[in-house]
Design a protein. Sequence first.
Length: 188
Amino acid sequence: MNEPVIAVIIAFLAAIGAMISLVITKELKTSEFRQAWISELRQALSNLLGFYDVLRRDSEVSDEERKSAYKGITVVQSEIYLRLNHSKPSREETVLRDAIKLLNVKVSSGTPSSDLKEDIDDFTMASHNVLKKEWKRVKRGELLYLSMKWLCIIIFVICLISLVVFIFSHWPAIVSVLLGRDIIILSI
């Protein structure tokens, strides 16, 4: 093979390497943002649960604490809703929204704390499901990242097969060079 062809092949491989590096870097940054999003959502969900707990304590809570808890619920609920997908909510997100709405109705209507346990358990389970789904998405990676990963694997396998074919087709010459009998420039 002549030098211009080898130069073009090397430039092509360098371009593929740069593209793969760019995609991996971008996907790692996206994963970092998703992890931060998951942490913030987890914090908002636990804050909401804390406000519900304040309101659950029936007569133990003063009117001022009750007003503060309702205000906190409104703020934290908005934070949660803004973090969820509104255009195409997943089943898990829909279940979480429904659990929040049901708890809001029951807490606002003064439902006794003994009757809220099951609803709070449903809210907690829905929260776990949303967080688990998003964590799996972070671990798996985005579609472009997965595509690049498989492209790298395919290119590696092709290069490995090419190396094996090259070694087998030039085996006698390679052995001669290694044993010092001949000095040969191997051609591809």
